[in-house]
Design a protein around this ligand. Sequence first.
Ligand code: ADP
Ligand code: MG
Length: 480
Amino acid sequence: MAQDYKVVWAKCLEIIKDNLGKDNEQVYKTWFEPIVPLQLENNVLTIQVPSQFFYEWLEEHYIDLLKKTIRLQLGTTGMLMYSILMDTSIESTPITTSIPSTGAQATHNRAKDVPHLISDGNHEISNPFIIPGIQKLKINSQLNGNYTLENFVEGDCNRLARSAGFAVAENPGRTSFNPLLLHGGVGLGKTHLAHAIGIKTKEKHPEKTVLYVSSEQFLQQYSDAGKNGTTNDFLHFYEMIDMLIVDDIQFWANKAAGTQEAFFHIFNHLHQNHCQIIITSDKAPSELSGLQPRLLSRLKWGLAADLTAPDVETRMAILRQKLDNDGIEMPDDVIEYIAYNINTNVRELEGALVSLIAQSSLNKRQITLDLAKQMIDKFVKSTTREITIEYIQKVVCDYFKLPVESIQSPTRKREIVQARQLSMYFAKKMTKSSLAIIGLQCGNKDHATVLHACKTVANLNDTDKQFHYWVEELEKRFKE
Ligand code: ADP
Ligand code: MG
């Protein structure tokens, strides 16, 4: 008997709620309640999610839970498909992706299909080994079509890495950037850029075989091959790739000696044959001490390009781009507020944006500055948000109707000096930054200048009525 999709989804929700537990009620409300079940056909349950962001968020954070839930409800042949509601109009795109409830991994072929994805019909490369005799490799590159170079916003934080990526995609294996090592902290865009280079390479050179693997996957495959006695096939397979991208290589540090050894051989083979190798790591090569020395020395052959945290302009550009892609409108003051207040990494920046969008669609509320403030407080303060120096400067400058850049200028104009001193004073009071850092960010001054500014402001605050009023007004704004 056919099951009713609504009933099935209601049961799924129960399981999900149960698994998330009491502590995660907010998560449940934000990410699962807004989902609308659409149909159940051939054991494939289709659910509608409000946006692309929403879908990606689910996939990134709750894929295991969803898989487990579907398996419990629909058995091992059960599948989940998403329909993404674009914009606020009721235009739903066709089914875009699927999670098989079995299988090691969900497919990464997302909404916009990778243009040059070569697929053997399998969504995964769980068994990537080719049959001897086949001339040209047909593999799923495992590239995520949303992670393009065009989508990768350029800023000071990533300029070198991004342009090296372009060069490598133009001319894979033929630049001095081989290997290209992308390193930087979490959420700064290593994985995105690595995929982007792969995608661009396939655009420029459709005949090239590109493969993206996580270092974890690579390790798993190597160890399976060992168990199955197919290590030679494993090596052979990897030696036929034109561009090999290995993500998060730090994962092998202080372990996986065999895997490192195998990779070392593959590396040598590919390098000799002018095939491109791209590696990402959350540590700089000099800090990757847990890797075998000879492998480490190979990694230093090419270019190591680091990704750092984006500045506020870049953060704003990233937010605008994400909104643009999703066709969502958001007032400028809200975008500014998010960009000024979330400065850790791009992933958190996106997280805040997504939460805000979800929250507004959930409660059918307009996205306003007030809503943004509430959200950011709820979702981010709980981690380790502290008010940023940039945000302080912005509030101070807005108050005095000065451009924010004026604080950075060497001018001695009284009103600007005052705004700078006030920014330093509040930065000292409200952030954990050192005097040196505050000085650096407020017009490249030294720590003694900051100290002097703090004293001046404190004095004036006690003796000058007008000044006292300003300090009070500004304090109110920070507390809003
Ligand atoms: P990492 O691999 O360094 O931890 P990711 O590549 O997973 O970081 O990036 C985290 C998120 O931030 C991704 O959704 C990615 O698309 C986004 N992102 C990072 N840098 C940029 C950028 N410069 N422009 C647009 N999006 C970015
Ligand atoms: Mg990554």
